[in-house]
Design a protein around this ligand. Structure first.
Ligand code: FAD
Length: 347
């Protein structure tokens, strides 16, 4: 007797929600294929390489984690996951000294930092799974033989039993509109928060700040990360690597400003916060149009699943925001698919 074919699932999005969903489904015996429009995986758990030229003309590589710099784990399930990842060398605990308008303290709960870079966690989850990067899925068609996924008019997958959409709500709405207009409408209504981000290398200020993170309550900056002070990052003597997040309000007001202007404003604000002029070696600005999901957008059950058509949606906005919300949503959707297939096999 031949074994029943493995149920197949195509996952659009290789951020933490998609990666966690893919891993759990693959472990449960599903045939999984993952697609992402970017060159690498990780989504907003992102990392970017840069190179700057030293005074002697030498090239100097730099690497910035310009998405989530670190995250907290609150739920028991997510804590179990991060502690296992710590044992596997993928995450390090971090208890940064935080500057809140001149008051220095450490948060009670540890922060978690993926090592050696932020996308490492998603890379590990997806390590042995079929993955196509540089592929922006723009159409989902539900045909009698199964789902067809298209990118720029080409079918990149066909005959798939189920599709998981694991991308930010404004982008998900486009793919979902034809099949679940109600989900698409809800996704369009999610007010994602933007974030302008500065990545910079300077001479190390003397003395070095006594803090690892700063959270000014006024001005353009929401968060300053001494990027090379995080665990698993190497510090270059005499240099400082910074990632600066503009505040939510400032990012909204300046969303359409030219990157060069935003960069200059954030450079000034960083120097002002550090309290001395900085000798710049590299600076660039990145605009995250959809950085943060509001926590109140979460849905009951943490994800969407329509068994009649074989369509699901997950992501931080459905799971309660942030890295933890993304993971919980991806895992919840995988659990729903596994339970449904078990039930269907028994019937
Ligand atoms: C600057 C910044 C700071 C942050 N700070 C924190 C923090 O301190 N703590 C915290 O918990 N969280 C933080 N976050 C939020 C956190 O990074 C996200 O909530 C989480 O990573 C979202 O994961 P996700 O899988 O839901 O979505 P994403 O990470 O956005 O993944 C979606 C993926 O889908 C891909 N994609 C999109 N459309 C398509 C398409 N049509 N076809 C194929 N692929 C597609 C994208 O390329 C992306 O890889 C921060 C985010 C940013 C940007």
């Amino acid at each position: 007797m031949s074994a029943a074919p493995r149920p197949s699932v195509a996952i659009v999005g290789a951020g933490l929600a998609g990666a966690a969903c893919a891993r759990a489904l693959a472990d449960a015996g599903f045939a999984v294929q993952v697609f992402d429009k970017s060159r690498g995986v990780g989504g907003r758990m992102a990392s970017r390489r840069a190179e700057w030229t030293g005074p002697d003309g030498s090239p100097n590589p730099a690497r910035f984690d310009h998405g989530a710099p670190a995250f907290e784990a609150r739920s028991e399930a997510f804590l179990g996951f991060v502690e296992a990842a710590e044992r596997d060398g993928l995450l390090a605990r971090w208890a940064p000294v935080v500057d809140r308008d001149g008051r220095l303290d450490r948060d009670k709960a540890p922060q978690w930092v993926p090592t050696p870079d932020t996308p490492a966690l998603c890379r590990a989850l997806l390590a042995d799974l079929p993955l196509l990067t540089g592929c922006m899925v723009d159409t989902l068609r539900h045909e009698p033989g199964g789902w067809v996924l298209e990118a720029s008019g080409d079918a990149v997958a066909h005959g798939v039993d189920s599709v998981v959409v694991a991308i930010p709500p404004p982008q998900a709405a486009v793919l979902l509109a034809l099949h679940r207009p109600d989900w698409a409408e809800r996704a369009r209504a999610v007010a994602m928060g933007p974030c302008w981000t500065l990545m910079a290398v300077t001479d190390a200020p003397a003395p070095l700040p006594a803090w690892d993170l700063a959270r000014p309550s006024t001005g353009p900056i929401g968060l300053i990360v001494r990027s090379d002070a995080r665990p698993g990052r190497s510090r270059v003597p005499g240099r400082a690597h910074w990632v600066v997040h503009a505040s939510d309000a400032w990012s909204r007001t300046h969303l359409e400003d030219p990157a060069a202007e935003v960069q200059a404003r954030l450079q000034d604000a960083l120097a002002q916060h550090v309290g001395q002029p900085l000798a710049w070696h590299h600076a660039s600005a990145h605009r995250w149009r959809y950085a943060h999901a509001p926590a109140d957008a979460a849905v009951t059950g943490l994800c969407d699943w329509d068994a009649d058509v074989g369509l699901g949606a997950c992501g931080d906005a459905l799971g309660g925001a942030g890295v933890e919300g993304a993971w919980r949503s991806g895992r919840a959707l995988a659990d729903r698919l596994v339970a449904w297939h078990r039930e269907a096999a028994r019937a």
